[in-house]
Design a protein around this ligand. Structure first.
Ligand code: B12
Length: 441
């Protein structure tokens, strides 16, 4: 029997690697199980929390290893491949994911084969070719796949304890939610926007637009999670948690609502109307996270966010008015920021009163417009040591973040801020958030 292992890396840079779930892995393994049945043995090799040096002892021998390559995991993933080649030289390594899509040539120096674009059909082709000893270097999915053609991803590849866990639904103003058993889910693919700091646009040329699972499939998946795992809550990882367009939004939200589950999600600030805010509440939504990014309009315009500050303020207030806790995602260090960005941001937060603020410092990742055209954004000296592009303020008390780029003194919008100033701004805001009890939960 053919043994296929999908490896999930240690994610040791994350504060809690078990906050998320390996959705790509569940999806691909479920597709393979449905297609190949008893012909294959399928493993999800979960290395989360395991020290990199000892990872090799946790990986059983397989005929084929699968890897979904993320930029921050790149070094670890290629080192795993190297070690596995020493131990099991006959095994083949097939990779997909954002980093492999952007750096195809470099990836092929380490992996035998790449899946570019949606993987559901191409992985079946690759396994068939492997059986015929004719594995190709690249499998590229050019057509837009229909996510409703496939069954919902099965969780049976990991122990129950990793799926059903506490702490995902915690609320600031209401007790008891931290004790609810929850998991993360994803009901959509893609994003129709083109924000210049986001890695998706280059990847999504293979899967344009945003597509959602049908309401009845969403309902089935939630019922399965409740039945098999005793789940009381879910955290939606979809980037646009509320489908654009009123009719689609209503059908989607009502399907979630029919299951009686408690949930949290994330959305753009222009994705919520007074009607949808009410519907969110009625269908069990307790927290909505909004990608506000900046309180400075010029920065939002430069990064092509296509939202305005007035709308951001309106949506935060609307959610809180409907009894939905609002978490705001913001970034410090964006192009176009003025010297007094700390006060501007603080005024925004004080006026809108979100339940919490998740503040990041800007990182430049491959596949983004910032990375491809730094001069257009007044940027220089972009560091491609990807291991430096992870900041998790609060992970270590004494962590002082650093930036992996610099702004030109004379940037297109005026004076570019110095790195020391940006870090100082970031730390000052984090300190104010902390004192005001607004740091993320
Ligand atoms: C859900 C999600 C997560 C989940 C699950 C991730 C996972 N590995 O399964 C969690 C919460 C764990 C997560 C964590 C992180 N994420 Co994330 N995440 C996403 C998100 C929103 C959806 C990905 C997803 O699961 N989609 C559903 C699955 C089924 O589809 P898919 O992943 O696109 O995979 C399909 C194809 O791409 C292909 N495919 C991909 N890989 C492979 C591999 C093989 C072998 C095959 C056959 C096919 C294949 O087949 C799949 C089916 O069609 C994306 C943005 C997006 N919209 O894609 C960001 C995204 C992938 N994440 C990103 C980042 C940066 C992170 C973190 C580093 C965040 C952080 N700072 O903490 C961590 C990394 C942790 C880790 N080690 O994985 C970046 C990646 C950028 C990059 N260059 O690497 C993205 C693109 C967001 C962004 N806009 O910048 N993430």
């Amino acid at each position: 029997m053919l043994r296929i292992g999908f490896v999930f890396p240690s994610s040791e840079y994350l504060f809690d690697p078990f906050k998320g779930d390996p959705h790509t892995h569940f999806q691909i393994l479920t597709v393979l199980e449905n297609h190949f049945g008893n012909e294959v043995e399928l493993l999800l090799i979960d290395l989360r929390g395991i020290k990199k040096d000892f990872a090799i002892y946790h990986i059983p021998e397989c005929d084929i290893y699968l890897h979904s390559v993320y930029t921050l995991d790149w070094e670890e993933q290629i080192s795993i491949v190297k070690n596995l080649r020493d131990s099991y030289p006959k095994a083949k390594h097939i990779a997909g994911g954002p980093h492999a899509t952007v750096f195809q040539k470099e990836s092929l120096e380490h992996f035998d084969s790449l899946i570019i674009g949606a993987g559901e059909e191409k992985i079946k082709d690759a396994i068939e070719d492997y059986k015929k000893k004719s594995l190709k270097k690249i499998y590229e999915e050019k057509s837009v796949m229909d996510i409703n053609k496939y069954p919902f991803p099965s969780r049976k590849f990991l122990p129950k304890s990793t799926t059903a866990r506490k702490g995902l639904l915690t609320l600031k103003h209401k007790k008891g939610y931290d004790q609810m058993l929850g998991t993360t889910v994803i009901f959509s693919r893609g994003c129709p926007y083109d924000c210049y700091f986001c890695a998706m646009p280059q990847v999504k040329q293979y899967c344009p637009g945003v597509r959602y699972r049908k309401p009845e499939l969403i309902e089935q998946e939630i019922e399965y999670l409740k039945r098999e795992y005793g789940l009381q809550g879910i955290s939606l990882l979809d980037e646009i948690g509320v489908p654009p367009g009123h009719e689609a939004a209503v059908k989607h939200l009502e399907a979630i609502g029919r299951t009686g589950i408690v949930w949290r999600g994330q959305c753009r600030v222009d994705g919520i109307t007074p009607e949808t805010a009410k519907l969110l509440k009625d269908t069990g939504c307790v927290t909505m996270c909004l990608g506000v990014e900046s309180a400075w309009q010029q920065s939002l315009d430069i990064i092509n966010k296509k939202i305005n500050i007035a709308k951001a303020k309106e949506t935060i207030k609307l959610l809180e008015k409907n009894g939905i806790e609002c978490r705001v995602y913001m970034i410090i260090g964006l192009p176009g920021e003025p010297e007094n960005i700390v006060d501007i941001t603080w005024d925004f937060i004080r006026e809108t009163k979100p339940a919490s603020v998740y503040l990041s410092i800007l990182t430049v990742r491959p596949g983004t417009q910032l990375f491809n055209n730094p001069t257009k954004f007044g940027m220089k000296n972009i560091n491609t040591d990807w291991s430096k592009t992870m900041h998790m303020y609060g992970r270590y008390k004494e962590e002082i973040p650093s930036l992996t780029f610099e702004y030109e003194d004379a940037a297109p919008w005026g004076k570019g801020l110095k790195n020391e100033q940006i870090v100082k701004n970031y730390l000052e805001l984090q300190s104010r958030l902390h004192k005001a009890g607004l740091s993320h939960i």
